[in-house]
Design a protein around this ligand. Structure first.
Ligand code: PLP
Length: 402
């Protein structure tokens, strides 16, 4: 039987429309957009049309959109370039950001920038007053994500950005998990910069975008041939850009249908899973992404074991915790929300997409019930060998890096 995919916050399948839109630019229309002859101009037109479509989908101007290689590059570009622009100063972020933000800021700390990591409440929310208190005369940037990739909480970016604006501090939001899943409009959010990644909304991997309200001032991260109006050098990923624009337009056009449908499926999943003793919801129960369910599961050891057991039952889900073949760290997000080490390393994330059905949701609830019961029975004998098994299962379990 084909495995049932329920890990849409890690990545999503390419939409049919995006694939069809991309295909011509992989073969017949292979031109380099910088070339003056017709192949080049056809590719350039496709890139520019895509820029219009991406801008329209998030309420931006075409001149404010720049294509990148994905969310990681977008986050890096904004943070590093604002730092470079200002030369020194203080940056505010949250403790639950993706590593694309956290590790970038850690490097900037080594270079002498000061960083404040705001601690969210248990649900993953940051109060505007917290930000207000943290802003200093030398604060140059606030970077806080729109939706969290481990617990699915949607943060109140509009209010947080308003605080930064009052203090004339630039505001970036990593909207990688949000765009294409909930309505996102840059003007009503009031942000200066926003990061996007296509593979999170049924577009291709390795392509993303930045919304930048002050495009002429922000120095480039990548220098070279001067593409993207000197802001981001490198030959454009034409099929990727075309596929991203198509996928985003489709996702945004379908929001009126997908949001209520995925909210209902998610709530069914949450009700079924939390009815199992020892399993609790993580993140905000109300302000959370559609289709996004995340839990702590007691008594099963490291969540990699549960993820692997569910994989054997035919369900592709994720552990919320950082774990690779060589490490079994607990999720920094759950630890920041105040969970104990043992709870933070026994998390489960199930993220539904358009193709998932009620029957599949009921099936995974039942599979979780069976796997948890089995793992709890085994846990007494397993404890001494856990280290080795977590390492063995490292590839099937995974990380908070998506
Ligand atoms: N930011 C968040 C919140 C994410 O979930 C991801 C996903 O991996 C990224 C950034 C990185 O995006 P990409 O995979 O496009 O580099």
């Amino acid at each position: 039987m084909k495995p049932i995919y329920m890990d849409h916050s890690a990545t999503t399948p390419l939409s049919e429309g995006a694939l069809n839109a991309m295909l011509p630019y992989m073969r017949e229309q292979f031109g380099n957009p910088s070339a003056v002859y017709s192949y080049g101009q056809t590719a350039k037109n496709a890139v520019e049309k895509s820029r219009d479509r991406v801008a329209k989908a998030i309420g931006a101007l075409r001149t404010e959109i720049f294509f990148t290689s994905g969310g990681t590059e977008s986050d890096n570009w904004i943070i590093r370039s604002v730092a470079r622009l200002k030369g020194r100063g203080h940056i505010i972020t949250s403790a639950i950001e993706h590593n694309a933000v956290l590790r970038t800021l850690a490097q900037l700390e080594e270079d002498g920038y000061e960083v404040t990591y705001l601690a969210p409440d248990r649900l993953g929310q940051i109060a505007p007053e917290q930000l207000e208190r943290a802003i200093r005369p030398d604060t140059i940037l606030v970077s806080i994500m729109l939706a969290n990739n481990v617990v699915g909480t949607v943060l109140n970016i509009r209010e947080l950005a308003a605080v930064a604006r009052r203090h004339r501090v630039l505001f970036h939001t990593d909207a990688v998990q949000a765009v294409g899943h909930i309505p996102v409009q840059v003007r009503s959010l009031g942000v200066d910069f926003l990061s996007i990644s296509a593979h999170k909304f049924c577009g291709p991997k390795g392509v993303g975008a930045v919304f930048c309200r002050m495009p002429n001032k922000l120095p480039p991260l990548l220098t070279g041939g001067g593409q993207e109006k000197e802001r981001r050098s490198g030959t454009e990923n034409v099929p990727g850009i075309v596929g991203m624009a198509q996928a985003l337009e489709e996702a945004v056009a379908a929001l009126d249908c997908t949001v209520p449908r995925l909210n209902a499926l998610r709530d069914r999943l949450i009700a079924g899973v939390t009815a199992i003793p020892g399993i609790a919801l993580t993140g905000d129960p109300v302000r959370r992404l559609p289709g996004f369910a995340s839990f702590t599961v007691s008594g099963v050891g490291h969540s990699v074991l549960l993820v692997n057991a569910l994989n054997e039952c035919g369900y592709c889900v994720s552990s919320g915790s950082a774990c690779s073949a060589s490490s079994k760290e607990a999720s920094h997000v759950l630890l920041s929300l105040g969970y104990e080490q043992s709870e933070a390393s026994s998390s489960l994330r199930i993220t539904l997409g358009a193709e998932n059905t009620e029957a599949e949701v009921d099936g995974v609830i039942e599979a979780i019930r069976r796997c948890v019961a089995r793992l709890r029975t085994e846990s007494v004998t397993r404890a001494p060998r856990l280290e080795g098994r977590v390492a063995d299962y490292g590839a099937a379990g995974e990380r908070a890096n998506d």
